[in-house]
Design a protein around this ligand. Structure first.
Ligand SMILES: Cc1cc2nc3c(=O)[nH]c(=O)nc-3n(C[C@H](O)[C@H](O)[C@H](O)COP(=O)(O)OP(=O)(O)OC[C@H]3O[C@@H](n4cnc5c(N)ncnc54)[C@H](O)[C@@H]3O)c2cc1C
Length: 198
């Protein structure tokens, strides 16, 4: 899979239902073409009228499911080896010069005294090839174009270990995304899932 397909340059909109601080956010100068949105732009991107402030910019969308595969190929081409196995104790890795423990939520099983809790996220993939810009509102509403689908989200639920999607959350995610971009109502659902992040 070519690298170009996993990293896309895209217009981005951060919408807010409350007024944002006067000063620019710290990340403003990292992105291309950062600007405060005019009221006419806010109305265009959120016909429900509940976005009273926001930023526009150009950013990149990196698709992890493609990008990680590409990265793994680069490592292999450079002579790296990939071995998949369960590690019950870090002692099993005592012969290595360096060990990076990136076992996510399972890290406490390998390191005594560590405490971790998940943040549950519920997302839905829809087929909407006409959506090419990224939109986020109030942190937990987002519309992210990928190469073949568009990701609609989401939820931010601290300490919730349940990975079964809930119908009431599905309805809430869809309604909130539809209110920002009504054309999404025509987009068929391809997949949905709830998962745990750090
Ligand atoms: C619904 C949802 C949507 C998200 N969307 C985005 C997004 O759009 N953009 C973004 O940047 N992030 C997103 N995230 C967050 C992103 O998925 C996580 O931040 C990322 O997966 C964390 O990567 P990680 O490698 O640290 O941990 P993980 O992905 O949890 O990987 C840990 C790995 O360690 C392995 N492991 C654990 N214990 C052991 C053991 N004892 N022995 C061997 N292997 C072990 C596991 O099998 C797993 O493969 C999303 C998360 C969720 C839940």
């Amino acid at each position: 899979m070519p690298f170009a397909l996993s990293v896309m340059l895209t217009g981005g909109y951060d919408l807010s239902s409350v007024p944002l601080p006067e000063e620019k956010p710290f990340w403003a100068d990292i992105l291309l073409a950062f600007r405060r949105l005019e009221s006419s732009e806010l109305a265009a991107f959120d016909p429900s009228g509940t976005s009273v402030d926001g930023y526009g910019f150009t950013t990149i969308v990196t698709e992890g499911r493609l990008y990680l595969v590409w990265l793994m190929k680069q490592i292999e081409q450079l002579g790296g080896r990939h071995e998949r196995r369960h590690v019950s104790s870090l002692d099993e890795l005592a012969d290595y010069d360096a060990v990076v423990n990136c076992t996510g939520l399972m890290a406490p099983k390998l390191v005594d005294g560590e405490e971790m809790y998940p943040i549950r996220g519920h997302v839905i993939r829809v087929r909407a090839p006409w959506v090419r810009q990224y939109t986020n509102k109030d942190k937990d509403i987002y519309i992210i174009p990928n190469t073949d689908t568009v990701v609609l989200g989401g939820t931010i639920q601290k300490g919730d270990w349940d990975t079964v999607p809930r119908p009431e959350e599905r309805a809430r995610i869809l309604e909130r995304c539809y209110s920002i971009l009504p054309s999404l109502r025509r987009a068929p659902i391809v997949r949905e899932w709830a998962a745990l992040q750090l």
